[in-house]
Write a protein that binds this ligand. Sequence first.
Ligand code: PLP
Length: 486
Amino acid sequence: MPSLDPAQRQLGDMDADAFRRHAAAVTELIARYLEDVASRPVVPAVEPGQLRAALPSAPPAEPEPFEALLADFDRLILPNATHWQHPGFLAYFPSNTSGPGILGEYLAAALNVNAMLWRTGPSATELEQVALDWLRQLIGLPEGFMGTINDTASSSTLYALAAAREAAPELRIRQEGLAGRPDIPAMRVYCSEDAHSSVDKAVVTLGLGLSGVWRVPMDDDYRLDVRALERAIASDRARGVRPIAVVATVGTTSTTAIDPVPAIADICERERLWLHVDAAYGGSAAVVPAMRWVMDGTGRADSLVVNPHKWLFTPLDCSALFTRRPDVLRRAFSLTPEYLATSLGDDVLNLMDYGVSLGRRFRALKLWFVLRYFGASGLEARVAEHIRLGQLFREWVDASPAFERLAPAPFSVVVFRWHPPGLDDGAALDAANARLLERVNATGEAFLSHTRAKGRYAIRLAVGNIRTREEHVRRAWELLQELAGE
Ligand code: PLP
């Protein structure tokens, strides 16, 4: 029978011996989980509310043995989790973890520094600069970009657009806000129809309203149409609307399209607009030298986001925001209450000045571990293999008379549908593909997601998981073929 640790009957923390014992058990559990994750169904057969009903509704009045917690983790939490680390997880974009990333996170939790100021986290502050400068080099961004780590790309994009708004200091928005000011024109941010919804959320948060986003039509390859962008900007200016920023995407969520960043950068320079590049997914591909072209023009951006927690094997959360104009980002957010003032003043980097959060986790540690453990060559080899597997799947789809690809596949994501000869009714195809996706996912062997490509229901297969090998992609293809039309 598990018993309480002596420390649980006293004040203070778990003692060192108990920690060693429990940590060893957790380590074993993690190693076993990652070793066996492929044997679990990717998505659990659980109904909403089921887990909640299985757990006590009130907290324990008395201490419980750690073994009991671990046993419940094994019995209740694991089987009711969606297994993002499963090699058959081919949905959305990957959200990868890795051994070095997990261990970095473990150590970060042990130190638990709060790097709001340099003084409160010297190593966390400086390592963040070093790790992000390494990442900058790995993805081929030029010198002159400063990086900070945020929780998500949604936060990074919010901060970038806050900086874009702040880049017009004569509007005095930071001081006076927007509400009740007839002197402030309506403002506009432009992005493609397929740009991520985080742009809308940012604009809502910044007080510009959803009508402050103009979604520019796309060309046949789902890329922002530059001529349409120019027309939209000109028409807005003629009506007294003030354009402030363009968000270009390198790897859209729906089809992984790459907007024509060099041409968009020309427009932004001419029109004096902030250019933010959302490379949350696609930026990671640039660790492969043959894929560097995806970053063309991004060196001219004012800001760029790339998420190591998607495709660079770093556990959630780790989103890198780079900017060539850190002074403007800082102007948007810096604010020092008396209790945080230090004698070092502005001579040091205080990360709290670059976003909404005061407190900052030591996220750089896990990224630093990942970059060092795999090295540039290891990251390149893994991402290149994912691209190879994605392209292999694309070839299978292209060669099949019963399937059709609905978008270019520049990375490792393929957007396609079942379309057998003779079945041409759009609604029937949509319904048949939705059913096919459900059937494939119900097998528990693979998990794919969907999108709409120019209105058509499309299945979307995304390779990017560190554990995915050719056999897993092949199995997904077999399942799609077997279950299509059933
Ligand atoms: N940008 C793109 C292109 C995305 O695909 C996503 C999410 O998948 C995001 C931004 C938002 O990412 P996060 O979950 O880090 O906010």
